[in-house]
Design a binder for this molecule. Structure first.
Ligand code: DX5
Ligand code: ZN
Length: 217
């Protein structure tokens, strides 16, 4: 079991001082900057889009992990790649031609990742797992920060680890939603590689210390 990689989600940042929050992440032990893009259609909330990712990229010293919670993501992959995304995650539930979507992401020179909502079985990835750089498992229903962790996710991490091993695949497992030191520990034990954390980091008194604490899980 190796140390988890940490991806703070700027959905919980203070948008009146986003530059300061990016500087905090730059100086921290975080490994990625997680950008939650919501369209108000795929999920019941709207967050931010391409212009914000582009600005963040100007000052970010960590790779941008862009989580697209949008319908028809293929239309916007190129724009997010140009804006500076290093990893682009699309939702299984939003992609009727997932193989094509994944190839499209890779053709932009960006790492390709697929996200599963809490009710979507891991087994559905069997025939695409070898194409993926990362799988993102939602541990809340996407749309909002600060929700309660769904415990069933730990079982899904184990199932996904098994699927990866059986197929001799090399993708990383990321988990998103309700992650804190307690749930994060269970996820790492189950086989997760990357932990996303929004409110746990940004609502803590010392976000850099919180990130350092998560690295030690
Ligand atoms: C949820 C987003 C998450 C969210 C996590 O729709 O995809 O990345 O920001 O927030 P917390 O860590 O507060 O659950
Ligand atoms: Zn996310």
């Amino acid at each position: 079991m190796s140390k988890p990689l940490i991806a703070p989600s700027i959905l919980s940042a203070d948008f009146t001082r986003l530059g300061n929050d990016i500087a905090m992440i730059n100086q921290s032990q975080a490994d990625y900057i997680h950008c939650d893009v919501m369209d108000g259609v795929f999920v019941p909330n709207i967050s931010f889009g391409i212009p914000v990712v582009k600005q963040v990229n100007k000052i970010a010293q960590k790779p941008l992990d862009v989580h697209l919670m949008i319908v028809e993501p293929d239309k916007y992959v190129e724009a997010f790649a140009k804006a500076g995304a290093d990893i682009i995650t699309v939702h299984y539930e939003a992609c009727p031609h997932l193989h094509r979507s994944v190839q499209h992401i890779k053709s932009q020179g960006v790492k390709a990742s697929v996200c599963l909502n809490p009710h979507t079985p891991v087994a559905l990835l069997e025939d695409i797992i070898n194409e993926l750089d990362m799988v993102l498992l939602m541990s809340v229903n996407p749309g909002f920060g600060g929700q309660k962790f769904i415990e069933n996710t730990c079982k899904k991490v184990e199932q996904l680890r098994d699927l990866i091993n059986r197929n001799n695949a090399h993708c990383l497992i990321e988990v998103d939603g309700g992650v804190n030191l307690e749930t994060g520990k269970k996820l790492v034990q189950a086989g997760a590689n990357i932990l996303v954390a929004g409110s746990f980091v940004f609502r803590s008194e010392n976000p850099q210390q919180t990130i350092a604490d998560m690295k030690r899980l």
